[in-house]
Design a binder for this molecule. Structure first.
Ligand code: SAM
Length: 229
């Protein structure tokens, strides 16, 4: 399940200017606010953010956690985040340059986590269902998952037609994958809507969902053996 979509080269190129795009900062603010409203985080939570990029969401969510591991495949995106950490004095974020879909890279992580989240990264990872299964194994019992990404679109959101990405996600299909994996309490909200001219030159609306789901805290009764008569 190695990520062979090679997005790190593109994000290394974009890193220095990434935060100068108001569309990205608006998405990040809306996603961080939706996470704050919908996920019952406690100060004791140990979190993992995958695809943290320059930390636009990271810097807003981390103050609500005890510790956050922020990972990304692009060392330059992480470099921008590390600059922010130095400037702000925030101490509870550890950054790691690794590919979460690589088993070898994952050995550097200290799972389980109480909370795993991401914003606008799932569409960069090729095999969605196995990846969600992987996230399930990395959560502690009762742990929460929150993923923000594009609703299914016509494939024109991204400007580069050669870029290997999913054209957003169908909420029902994602729900099915999450249920299959064992998640409970699956719920979606619309965190934000991007209004932009797509690469065909057409002004269009692109909703961004925030999905939340929970790993059950114990084997559910429905899967337990029937009691003896
Ligand atoms: C569209 S950016 C979003 C960045 C940030 N979450 C935000 O909202 O501003 C996607 C990020 O995911 C990272 N990424 C892509 N595939 C990844 C993987 N398999 N593991 C970790 N990070 C990944 C990219 O390097 C990039 O920084």
């Amino acid at each position: 399940m190695k990520n062979n979509w090679h997005s790190s080269e593109k994000f290394n190129r974009q890193a220095a200017d990434f935060d100068n795009n108001p569309r990205r900062t608006s998405i990040a603010e809306a996603v961080a606010s939706a996470i704050t409203k919908t996920v019952p985080l406690k100060g004791s939570t140990k979190g993992l953010e995958f695809g943290c990029g320059t930390g636009l969401v990271t810097m807003q969510v981390a103050p609500r956690l005890r510790h956050l591991t922020a990972i990304d495949t692009s060392h330059r995106m992480l470099g921008v985040l590390e600059g922010k950490l130095l400037a702000s004095g925030i101490k509870n974020i550890e950054t790691l340059c690794l590919d979460l879909s690589s088993a070898e890279d994952r050995r550097r992580l200290k799972a389980p986590y109480d909370f795993i989240y991401s914003s606008m990264t799932l569409h960069h990872i090729d095999s969605t269902a196995p990846f969600l299964g992987l996230l399930f194994t990395m959560l502690s019992e009762g742990g929460m998952l929150a993923i923000a990404d594009l609703d299914l679109e016509e494939g024109l959101f991204h400007d580069d037609p050669e870029e290997k990405v999913h054209p957003g996600f169908d909420r029902k299909k994602l729900t099915g994958m999450l249920e299959q994996t064992g998640f409970e309490g699956i719920s979606f909200t619309t965190a934000h809507t991007v209004e932009k001219k797509n690469r065909a030159g057409i002004q269009a609306s692109y909703p961004i969902f925030l999905l939340t789901a929970q790993k059950p805290s114990a084997i559910s009764l429905s899967t337990s053996p029937s009691p003896l008569p």
